[in-house]
Design a protein around this ligand. Structure first.
Ligand code: NAD
Length: 441
């Protein structure tokens, strides 16, 4: 099943409680979590789908996005604070989930059980065991599931070209892959403060531990801006292990994904994860931060990962954002803006065989990542970013975080999907859910 995305394996037992009557029908969508990426994926999808409903626990975000969607599609979507109301509706074929990470698995599973196909943002999970749970429910419900790792479809097919170069032997045997995913700054102490009007803080926390809302007055500028620069809520959730996994799962979910895909390591995993250098912004004991008043995810890191076939995978906060592939016969670099190096220049004289990109993608490359999802909804084949390969590469990202939190190297058994001989590390494979927010699958 790991190769389902690329090979386009037909789903067994797909059984739609609701769904598309014909291959020409426009699907009806709803988006859950709208502020930054939720709007990005919604607005990218107007060409292909009608949005009947939106859900967000922040009334300000919800109101603003209802207006934007109404203007764009000429029809006002219904607005809900509670995503479960969206899942109850029989007219909705699929949901797009762009909440913070600590909600992804619970909402995705409930959506599948309610008969919806799912497009869920990366990183799909907050723990390795959540990945297994999602796989189980995708299988048992036969739902089509796209992960939001759109580098597989978009960025002018640069990443597809990278994978094709590797798979066509253009750098010989791959020896080393370096994923540059940037570091991040530590935060100052972030004081408790009153919850902004319109935000249901308890619902935002959901399955995460109940803690006070924290923010400093300074406002984030640029990408994701318009909210406090330092908080434990909108956008900044990335920097807290309670809600996310720092850069390792934010950008790691993109570049480690491409690295594993190129290496053909989509249904296996590493044997060893070594945190060579790293700095955590707060003191940790037994893998848990000792204070709760500032960011706690790693700020700088260099992780060395032993992959199958003697490939060393490096995940680092240093250097340019992108992926460097090095092999016995050359090397090249790829990121969202460029693909450079001798093997790329040599394509002028020695192009890849016809259909090499399509062979990587498993067919004609879709107009965008949503289009690929909808093609899957119609054919009932898993889309390009399938949950199985996503979970495998995300295991590397989660394990990197566990290794840094515990300050030691981890030996991983990719068959059993557990850390060998380290009960404490294995206790981090699952997470606790706040009472009332457990996952029933
Ligand atoms: N694919 C990409 O390149 C990409 C880019 C950016 C973000 N993302 C992912 O998208 C997700 C959201 O990131 P963001 O930057 O948009 O965060 P954000 O904090 O700006 O927005 C998240 C929104 O979800 C809402 N929300 C929280 N809990 C909810 C719930 N239970 N029901 C409904 N709404 C809820 C929040 O109120 C907020 O409006 C993250 O998982 C992130 O990793 C992916």
């Amino acid at each position: 099943m790991a190769a389902a995305g690329a090979a386009g394996v037909l789903l067994q037992g797909a059984n739609r409680a609701v769904g598309l009557e014909s291959a020409n029908e426009r699907p009806t969508f709803a988006t859950i979590g709208l502020r930054n990426q939720g709007w990005a994926i919604t607005s990218k999808s107007f060409r292909f789908a009608d949005f009947a409903a939106l859900a967000d626990v922040d009334a300000n975000v919800l109101g603003a996005n209802v207006e934007k969607v109404a203007k764009a599609q000429g029809k006002k979507p219904d607005a809900y604070k509670d995503y479960r109301k969206v899942l109850e509706r029989k007219d909705i074929d699929a949901v797009m989930i762009a909440t913070p990470d600590h909600w992804h698995t619970k909402i995705a599973i409930e959506a599948m059980l309610a008969g919806k196909d799912v497009y869920c943002e990366k990183p799909l999970t907050l723990s390795i065991d959540e990945g297994k749970l999602i796989e189980k429910v995708v299988k048992s419900t036969g739902r089509v599931f796209q992960v939001g790792t759109m580098q597989r479809t978009e960025s002018d097919q640069r990443f597809l070209l990278a994978v094709a170069l590797i798979q066509n032997g253009r750098i010989g045997k791959v020896q080393k892959v370096t994923c540059g995913i940037n570091g991040m700054e530590a935060s100052p102490v972030i004081p408790e403060t009153s919850v902004p009007e319109g935000l249901d803080w308890d619902f935002w926390l959901g399955p995460a531990p109940k803690v006070p809302y924290r923010a400093l007055p300074e406002i984030r500028q640029g990408y994701g801006g318009g909210v406090p620069l330092y908080s434990n809520c909108h956008y900044s959730f990335r920097n807290w292990h309670e809600y996310s996994g720092g850069k390792l799962t934010d950008w790691g979910a993109h570049h480690v994904d491409i690295a594993c895909w190129a290496l053909g390591a989509t249904d296996t995993g590493p044997s060893k994860i070594t945190p060579v250098e790293f700095s955590l912004p707060v003191e940790y004991k037994d893998g848990h931060p000792l204070v709760g008043d500032r960011y706690n995810a790693a700020t700088r890191f260099k992780i060395s990962v032993e992959m199958p076939n003697d490939v060393e995978l490096i995940i680092t906060s240093e250097g340019d954002n992108g992926i460097m592939f090095e092999g016995t016969e050359g090397r090249f670099f790829v990121n969202r803006g460029k693909i450079t190096g001798k093997p790329v220049e040599e394509l002028k004289e020695k192009p890849l065989p016809d259909g090499a990109i399509e062979a990587v993608y498993g067919g004609k490359v879709s107009a965008n990542h949503t289009a690929n999802f909808i093609e899957g909804m119609k054919s009932r084949k898993q889309p390009i970013s399938d949950v199985w390969s996503h979970n495998r590469m995300l295991e590397i990202c989660h394990l990197s975080n566990i290794a840094m939190r515990l300050g030691r190297e981890l030996k991983w058994d990719p068959v059993k999907r557990e850390v060998s001989g380290d009960a404490q590390a294995n206790s981090f494979l699952a997470r606790e859910y706040r009472k009332g927010f457990e996952i029933n699958s």
